[in-house]
Design a protein around this ligand. Structure first.
Ligand SMILES: Nc1ncnc2c1ncn2[C@@H]1O[C@H](COP(=O)(O)OP(=O)(O)OP(=O)(O)O)[C@@H](O)[C@H]1O
Length: 199
């Protein structure tokens, strides 16, 4: 199993259990405020949490936190940026250049200040920023919340291609049509547990 989450507890409650295979896209949905973002943050080890989380059978507890976070990347709906321009965030830059047109973004945006990008442009740039780091698992929190339909479909096509490389995706979305399009398996989060639903 690529990712195995067992008995995970923390601020949103729990214990939560779920699995993710290599090349799989798992969608998590649930009521607003139930704790989906906090769950993803716990998996990425960004907030205090307890439980067993492993990657390819290797326990998260056995590796330094930065090593875990390079392999399991959390991408929030409204990502943070640490430099003024877009380009310094893009390493390696060549990989970013190749992905820009896939998401309908112009190359000149790399040299724009982050603050001048539209919300949807920032959201797509942040996805590229995460993808080019080649994580084994990408945790995506409402990745198309700021996107129009055409951009959403382009983003979904990229996600599908990523799964063919073996990357595992966990996607939180409120968009039911999107969940049906992209999910290999689905969970619904209710207070205290994740229930797998048949797709
Ligand atoms: N750092 C925090 N400390 C305390 N409570 C928090 C913290 N962050 C979030 N919460 C609360 O925890 C609950 C779950 O938040 P979370 O953002 O995970 O919900 P969500 O399921 O992702 O919601 P949505 O679908 O609206 O994005 C909310 O009631 C939120 O106010």
């Amino acid at each position: 199993m690529l990712l195995d989450v067992s008995g995970l507890t923390g601020l949103p409650g729990g214990p939560y259990h779920f699995t993710l295979a290599a090349g799989e896209c798992v969608v998590i949905s649930g009521a607003s405020g139930i704790g989906k973002s906090l769950l993803l943050r716990m998996v990425a080890d960004l907030d205090e949490n307890h439980g067993d989380v492993s990657l390819h059978g290797v326990s998260r507890a056995s590796m330094p936190a930065p090593h875990w976070r390079r392999q399991v990347i959390y991408n929030p709906a409204e990502p943070g940026w640490w430099a003024e321009q877009v380009r310094p965030h893009m390493r390696p830059a060549e990989a970013a250049l190749a992905l820009l047109p896939r998401l309908g973004l112009q190359e000149k945006l790399l040299d724009a200040p982050v603050s001048q990008l539209s919300t949807g442009e920032r959201q797509r740039m942040a996805l590229i920023r995460a993808v080019i780091r080649e994580p084994r698992v990408l945790l995506l929190d409402e990745p198309s919340s700021a996107l129009d339909e055409a951009s959403t479909l382009r983003m979904e096509a990229l996600l599908a291609q990523l799964t063919t490389t073996g990357m595992g995706l966990v996607v939180v979305t409120h968009n039911e049509a999107q969940a049906r399009r992209i999910a290999h398996r689905r969970y619904v989060m209710t207070s205290g547990c994740l229930a797998e639903i048949i797709v």
